[in-house]
Each structure stands twice: as structure tokens, then as C-alpha cells.
Design a protein around this ligand. Structure first.
Ligand code: 5CA
Ligand code: ZN
Length: 409
């Protein structure tokens, strides 16, 4: 699939800093040393509804990861998927009496527009589950050959016990895993499974549902976790730098994905850091397509809200925090944007190189965007109260906010 257009990332004076980031698997901060090419896989949307603030907040976090790396003059190989065939998408299409392919295309198009408006840098490879099927089938066949997969009434399951490292991503105990598995697309109560947690790799064709030729697997469609693994291994290989998504993906999705990849390749680990963004809520509950308590990026844009203000609203919370979207969050962001724009529109100002360093320091420290915003606030306040004589400063400040935070002033 095609992704979306990239916005320019201005070059900044001085040196970028290496990223220290929280890794769910170890439960602590790790300093990543990616070499000249940093590799990141971020789980994409299931396109059955429009992009909401929760999605946008998660993609904002991983956009900051890219920007920190680009500032260190590294290349970034960023891969994202689109889960363009899965139960929730098929169920929504059925409920609304629309074609599932058309629904996925429509929502993916809207997602691209939202990402472009928010200045999220595009992935280098943007891959749909459907287009990945020819790569998924041999991986499932290989897992069977390795004795890590088994058949149950035509469906093929992955045996979690085949990976000695299973459980290390989320660090959860069996009871917690079982609960989350039931909530998040698993089927722990299905009789006949070797372990209730075993996830499906290949689902045999069901009446009235789309299916593909699975070679020795028979007709069917892929399970969710193997989809991301096939795409990640194809475009990034093993032991890439960051596997990213919202915290609701730590288990089962990223746990299962890591196990699939580790058993398939015999290498460990799949990713050097498993990075998870907090959940955005509305009216006290996690924003989710299934609950329908949503604020859409596209809706705010239609209402004339400046995408830069939406982005500032996302940046005003630490990516790991769970937080609540309110009208006040947006109003504060709009007010901040106005102040910052006034500050950079003067011909001169207080020196901005220290500001660039402060933003770098904040982001390199587990993507502390609120601290970065506070630094820009201080520079803007100084500009407002005392001004300055440095003629390059407003330009440097503006380029730093653009390059490191993705906000065009
Ligand atoms: N297609 C799969 C991943 S392979 C999927 O989870 N799609 S999704 O559309 O449900 O979510 C896309 C991304 O947004 C995921 O990283 C998910 O963790 C994140 N996300 C979903 N809801 C929220 C929320 N309320 N707050 C923060 N992030 C969220
Ligand atoms: Zn995924």
C-alpha cells in the first residue's frame, strides 16, 4: 500500500542525542544504540472506523521516536501495517451492510489524511494484512514443521510452550494472560487447545467470510499476530530496535508476535525494546471503536481545529500516561499555539540554541514531551517579557519545534 506524504524535517544546529526509552519487557529504561539505520515496527490501525485521539496519541509517541533518531543523523526504517482483514472489520461491515474491502479502503484513506495533517512522518513500508498473505502462509507452514503449531478442526494454532521466552514481553502471570486473551481477540475457552492461551495462526475458511488459498494450510485467513510478524521479519528482520503500539497490545499481541518470530528464526529477542503508549480515555473510559466513545481527528479538522493544536494537545501528556481527552485539553493547546506563533513571528529574540538542547534532552529522556513543551513555553515567555537581539532565534526555535515535535508554527 502507499503511505502518506512526508513533511520536511528541518536540520538543527548542534548534536542530536541517543534515545533512552522504557521497555515493557525489562520494566526499565534502555538506551538504544541503533547504528546508522534504526529499525522500528509500529502496529497500524484496524480500519473500520475513523482515527480517534487514542490512535493519534500512540502514533504521536512513535513519531517522536523517529524524530529523535533523525536528529542524530540516522536513517530510520519504519514499518507499519494495516489490519485490513480481521473479525472486528468484518463484523462492522456486516452490521452496516457495506463491503468490507470498501470500508477498509475508506478508513485507511481517512487515516492517511489525518496522519498527514498531524505531520506524522510516514512509514517506509506501509503493508496491508491482505497483501502480506503470500508471506504469512510459509511462516505458518514452517511453524508446523518445527512442531510449534497444531491443527484443531481445520484451524491452525501456535503452541505458546514452543517458545522458552514466552511471557517475557508482558511479564504477566497465567491468570492475567487468560483474562486478557479472552478480552483481546483470543479464544481461551475453546475445547481441544493444548494451552488455552494458544493463538490462531490460520483460520480455516468460514461460510460467508473472505478466504485465501493457504497452500498446505487449506483456504482461510491469517491470525492477527502472525500478520505483524510476517511484515516485520520481511522488512526489518530480527532484533530490530523498537516494537511499538498502545499498552493494550503488550498482551497478547506483542507477546505472541515475539514468540512466533523467536521460534521461527531461532533468534532472540525479536525487538530490543517493546514500547507501549498509555490509553486515552473519554468520559472515564478507554476510547475505543467497540465502545464508541470517540473524538475523531477528522471531525475536529472538519470543525476547523488547527491540526497543530491537536498535535500540541497530544504532546502535553507523557506518552506512557493514561489520560483523559477533554475540551479543556484542546483549548489549552490552542492557547499555547497562539503564544508560540506570536513568539516566533518577531524578527529577533532570546538565543534559541539552549532551547534546542532542552528539547533534545527532554525527548531523549523517555520522550518527555511535556518537559519539551515547558522549555518552549519558557522561551516564549522570555520573548514576550524581554525580547532579545538574536536575529536567528525565532527561526531556530520554529525549526526545532517542527523537527523535534512535528508542530509547524
Ligand atoms: N491493527 C491492530 C494492531 S496490529 C490494532 O490494534 N488496531 S487499532 O486500530 O485497534 O489500534 C491502533 C493503535 O492505536 C494500537 O497501537 C492501539 O494500541 C492504539 N490505541 C487504540 N485505542 C487507544 C486509546 N484509547 N489510547 C491510546 N492508544 C490506543
Ligand atoms: Zn500489530
Amino acid at each position: 500500500m502507499h503511505a502518506w506524504p512526508a513533511s520536511e524535517v528541518p536540520a538543527l544546529p548542534g548534536q542530536g542525542r541517543d534515545l533512552r526509552i522504557h521497555d515493557t519487557a525489562t520494566g526499565g529504561l534502555v538506551t538504544l544504540d541503533p547504528g546508522p539505520v534504526a529499525r522500528i515496527y509500529v502496529c497500524g490501525i484496524t480500519p473500520y472506523d475513523a482515527t480517534h485521539m487514542g490512535h493519534a496519541a500512540t502514533y504521536n509517541a512513535f513519531d517522536l521516536v523517529q524524530r529523535v533518531w533523525l536528529d542524530t543523523k540516522r536513517q530510520v526504517h519504519y514499518v507499519q501495517n494495516v489490519t485490513d482483514v480481521d473479525d472486528p472489520l468484518l463484523e462492522r461491515a456486516e452490521r452496516d451492510g457495506v463491503d468490507w474491502v470498501a470500508l477498509a479502503e475508506k478508513e485507511t484513506t481517512l487515516f492517511r489524511e489525518d496522519m498527514t495533517a498531524l505531520r506524522m512522518l510516514p512509514p517506509r513500508h506501509y503493508i496491508g494484512a491482505v497483501e502480506a498473505i503470500p508471506g504469512i502462509v510459509p511462516l505458518v507452514e514452517r511453524l508446523r514443521e518445527l512442531g510449534a503449531a497444531y491443527e484443531l478442526e481445520g484451524d491452525i494454532y501456535f503452541s505458546v510452550e514452543s517458545d522458552p521466552h514466552f511471557g517475557e514481553v508482558s511479564g504477566l502471570d497465567a491468570a492475567a494472560m487468560r483474562l486478557l486473551s479472552a478480552e483481546r481477540g483470543g479464544d481461551p475457552d475453546r475445547p481441544g487447545k493444548k494451552n488455552p492461551l494458544d493463538p490462531m495462526l490460520w483460520m480455516a475458511a468460514r461460510e460467508g467470510e473472505p478466504s485465501w488459498d493457504g497452500s498446505s494450510l487449506g483456504r482461510g485467513r491469517p491470525g492477527w499476530h502472525i500478520e505483524c510478524v510476517a511484515i516485520a521479519l520481511d522488512h526489518l528482520g530480527m532484533t530490530f530496535d523498537v516494537q511499538g503500539g498502545g499498552s493494550d497490545l503488550a498482551f497478547p499481541h506483542h507477546e505472541m508476535g515475539a514468540s512466533h518470530a523467536q521460534v521461527l528464526t531461532g533468534e532472540y529477542p525479536m525487538a530490543k525494546a517493546y514500547v507501549h503508549a498509555g490509553m486515552v480515555a473519554l468520559d472515564g473510559e478507554k476510547m475505543s471503536k467497540s465502545k464508541g466513545n470517540l473524538v475523531f481527528v477528522s471531525r475536529l479538522r472538519q470543525d476547523g481545529v488547527d491540526p497543530a493544536a491537536i498535535r500540541l494537545a497530544l504532546l502535553s501528556h507523557h506518552y506512557r500516561a493514561d489520560w483523559e481527552w477533554t475540551d479543556q485539553v484542546l483549548r489549552d493547546a490552542q492557547e499555547r499555539l497562539t503564544r508560540w506563533r506570536a513568539a516566533v513571528s518577531r524578527p529577533d529574540g532570546p538565543p534559541a540554541e539552549p532551547l534546542v538542547e532542552e528539547i533534545r534532552e527532554a525527548l531523549s529522556n523517555d520522550l518527555d514531551a511535556p518537559a519539551a513543551l515547558a522549555a518552549v513555553d519558557r522561551w516564549a515567555a522570555l520573548q514576550q517579557d524581554q525580547g532579545g537581539t538574536d536575529t536567528g532565534a525565532p527561526g531556530v526555535a520554529s525549526r526545532a519545534v517542527d523537527a523535534l515535535l512535528g508542530v509547524a508554527l
